[in-house]
Write a protein that binds this ligand. Structure first.
Ligand code: SF4
Length: 401
């Protein structure tokens, strides 16, 4: 028999899902839809001996096609979608005097808040993460556009993160049909193992482009989600546009880009919003400090970005670790994300043409009833989990033969 231990933080262990994914690939009835995270493309080359920070986006697309993936999409597209929803939510909360709002795209942070600081849960953005939002849209809008049977679609996410496996299994992240939004999560390491088993070497792949006409374009804002401060910067670009009807001149917000555990800044949004106070924490110790300040009424912020891994996803637990956020590898990966942003013709989520089409043809508008239903979630107080006895935990373990 096989005993599967369930880690309450989702941070421990890594159940290999490559066999399951390969079975789907080989099944002609199944349509496999892959996505990979912003940080994966700048960290994955290292698994195959390429220099740190090499951007292997095009090689990953080629490799996935070579092993038989049906559709390859970009989590960056969904990062743009999340920014549309999160900005609309944030502006609504601000106008109702609710502050601060915490970001919600890092599942290790969500687990930490649910288990250790349930009092903070009402302050968390309800917007699902890019990975989950992508899963929902892949099983609703994409089948509609492409004439697919949603029941035959399997969504597979390649992530720099072990906690993303636990996120995909959350009870509240299911479609109305009961189907999972995300069917499997492969960490960067698992994906490397899978390619090796299939005899594919990333370093030898010719790069190719995304070719899905509905869900693969991304803006520079979506690309920087993979580093600490990136979600904040992407959101500020879009909120500024919403408040002023024009783009912010200085598109790169240097004050958001440092590397201290906790950073804060004020951004003059002008228009109907005025001054917005923001903070960013990366690593759980700095996150804890910030949460305790907020709960003690000692922090004065509108929007707070939290990433559990020091440095953000560029140094996530599913990647080869560079151990410290400021170590050269993580810095190079981060540098490449900023270069991608600079090289994109479109640098704001709201200017992504495929995002505009998604709202026009399907979601109506950011934070519409439909968008709210599909792309927002809720959180649970799990502090009690901590008070359970060893016997209770033991009785609950999933044991399968
Ligand atoms: Fe995962 Fe770390 Fe990124 Fe959070 S910061 S989503 S735990 S890789």
């Amino acid at each position: 028999g096989q005993c599967v231990l369930v880690c309450p933080t989702g941070a421990l262990g890594e159940r290999d899902e490559t066999d399951k994914v390969l079975d789907w690939i080989y099944d002609p009835e199944i349509v496999t839809v892959f996505q990979f995270a912003p940080a994966v493309r700048v960290a994955f080359g290292e698994e195959f001996g390429l220099p740190a920070g090499a951007n292997v986006q095009g090689q990953i697309i080629t490799a996935l096609k070579q092993i038989g993936a049906d559709i390859v999409l970009d989590t960056n597209f969904a990062a743009d979608l999340v920014i549309m929803e999160e900005s609309a939510e944030l502006l609504k909360r601000l106008s109702a005097g609710k502050r601060p709002t915490f970001t919600s795209c890092c599942p290790a942070w969500i687990n930490f808040a649910e288990i250790h600081y349930p009092e903070i849960l009402p302050y968390l953005s309800s917007t699902k993460s890019p990975m989950q939002s992508m899963g929902v849209i892949c099983k609703t809008y994409l089948p509609e556009k492409m004439g697919l049977d949603p029941k035959k679609v399997r969504t597979i996410a390649i992530m720099p993160c072990t906690a993303k496996k636990d996120e995909a299994a959350r009870g509240q992240l299911k479609l109305e049909t009961g189907d999972a939004e995300i069917d499997a999560v492969l960490t960067t390491r698992e994906f490397a193992r899978m390619l090796r088993r299939e005899g594919v070497n990333i370093a030898k792949c010719e790069p190719s482009d995304f070719d899905n006409p509905y869900m693969s374009e991304f803006s520079g804002a979506g690309a920087i989600f993979g580093t600490t401060g990136g979600v904040m910067e992407a959101a500020v670009r879009t909120m500024y546009y919403v408040a002023n009807g024009k783009e912010y001149d200085l598109i790169e917000f240097e004050q958001l880009r440092g590397f201290d555990g906790v950073r804060s800044a004020t951004v003059d949004m002008g228009g109907s919003i005025g001054i917005v106070k923001v903070a960013m924490a990366h690593g759980l110790k700095p996150a804890r400090e910030l949460v305790e300040q907020v709960l003690a009424g000692k922090a004065d912020f509108d929007f707070i970005e939290i990433m559990a891994c020091p440095g953000g996803c560029v140094d996530g637990g599913g990647n080869l670790r560079s151990k410290k956020a400021y170590m050269p590898n993580a810095m190079k990966r981060r540098g490449t994300l900023y270069t991608v942003d600079r090289q994109q013709k479109v640098r704001q989520s709201h200017n992504n043409e495929q995002i505009k089409a998604l709202y026009r043809d399907f979601l109506e508008k950011p934070y519409s009833d439909k968008a709210h239903h599909l792309l927002h979630t809720m959180y649970n107080d799990r502090k009690l989990d901590l008070k359970r006895t060893v016997k209770e935990i033991w009785d609950d373990l999933t044991i399968s033969d």
